[in-house]
Write a protein that binds this ligand. Structure first.
Ligand SMILES: NC(=O)CC[C@H](N)C(=O)O
Length: 371
């Protein structure tokens, strides 16, 4: 198998072997602590411009299948694993992870000491890096990694957003062949801002009786209000929330006029719309085991997460109620503006992959629209 290297901008080198597409890829090197769900992770558009390191040591066991796509293709630009399973063993698998990544032109590196890499990123922060199976000169690769722009200031959401509005009506699926959940007849018209959304979010909205119209990130508040929606949903997405052109002003113009529910990038944009501030975290939260406390009930949820920016607590004083915090580092995980019938979470209630603890939030949005 072809030799490959991963070189970080700070010059640290990790050796391994190429898998997926051969060649070179550059992006922000981050890590995810989920044990499974790599296909949903790779296809989550929030990973645009990022090389994902999987902290769990074996990947690829269940191959790849058509149902686990969160968007039409992988959006992560590279994948780093300790051990790649060459065979896939699952009744849904249609190809191996290796072939799947080859098809989509995504470069991977296997055989990497991912424990060392994760510790390094935790200590020194997420940073630009290059996977290469062509050039093994660490100095040249580190130099190239350093010359690429980091996430701060990058509007990546506008680029991955849909170009045209469309309607979404597919409920969530039970891939295990059980009795499908009865979907209530559509009761609510919801406009969903696509900043780089995951399909499963829309499916859970449909499960709650929503007729969803997905609109481009640049859609104005007037255009949305003209559709007379019962609620507006702000989706997840890649890049720096503060760089998404016009999004804060647009959401500010919607607040108070219609119930709003935001997830991840949507949550960050809601905070910005209120006059709050976001900042880049040292290495972010990515995984399916992040403990979050609901301050209104005292209950702890284990949540799925994928973010590198966060909302500054102090900047929300007098503007919103912080409803959830992360128990690992105390960062803001949820907020609410009761007067405006708006709320948001930094984590992923749709999980995909991850625990289902927080799925009730979709029902909370439906309840808000019903009032
Ligand atoms: N999943 C998301 O929506 C991520 C939001 C934002 N791009 C961040 O990294 O914080």
């Amino acid at each position: 198998m072809k030799k490959a290297v991963l070189v970080l901008a700070d010059g640290t080198v990790f050796e391994g072997r190429a898998f997926g597409a051969h060649g070179e890829t550059v992006g922000e090197v981050v890590f995810n602590t989920s044990m499974m769900g790599y296909q949903e992770i790779l296809t989550d558009p929030s990973y645009v411009g990022q090389v994902v390191t999987m902290a769990y040591p074996e990947m690829g066991n269940v191959g790849a299948n058509p149902e686990d796509e969160e968007a039409g293709k992988p959006h992560a630009v590279g994948m780093v694993v300790r051990m790649l399973s060459e065979k896939s063993s699952n009744w849904r698998a249609q190809e191996t992870l290796d072939v799947y990544l080859k098809w989509h032109g995504v470069a991977g590196i296997q055989g990497v000491d991912t424990r060392r890499l994760v510790r390094h990123l935790r200590m020194h922060g997420a940073q630009q890096g290059i996977i290469s199976s062509e050039n093994h000169s660490p100095a040249a690769l580190a130099e190239r990694a350093r010359s690429t722009p980091g996430m701060e200031g990058l509007d990546l959401a506008t680029g991955v957003s849909t170009k045209e509005p469309y309607t979404f009506t597919t409920p969530s699926q039970d891939v295990f062949g059980g009795t499908p959940r009865a979907t209530p007849p559509p009761r609510f018209d919801v406009v969903a801002y696509d900043y780089g959304l995951k399909r499963s979010m829309l499916q859970f909205l449909v499960d709650e009786g929503c007729r969803v119209t997905v609109v481009p990130a640049a859609t104005t508040a007037e255009q949305v209000l003209a559709r007379k929606p019962h609620g507006v949903f702000l989706a997840n997405g890649p890049g720096d929330p503060a760089a998404v052109k016009g999004a804060d002003r647009t959401v500010a113009n919607l607040l108070g006029k219609v119930p709003v529910f935001g997830i991840c990038l949507g949550h960050q944009i809601l905070a910005l719309a209120l006059g709050g501030r976001t900042y880049k975290m040292k290495f972010g939260h990515r995984g399916a085991n992040q403990p979050v406390k609901d301050l209104t009930t005292g209950k702890v949820e284990i949540t799925a997460q994928n973010h590198g920016f966060a909302v500054d607590d102090a900047s929300l004083k007098g503007k919103a109620v912080v409803t959830h915090i992360n128990l690992n580092d105390g960062t803001v995980e949820g907020l609410s503006i009761p007067d405006a019938r708006a709320f948001s979470v930094q984590y992923h209630p749709e999980s995909s992959p991850g625990p289902h603890d927080a799925r009730y939030l979709f029902a909370r949005f439906a309840k808000l629209m019903a009032q």
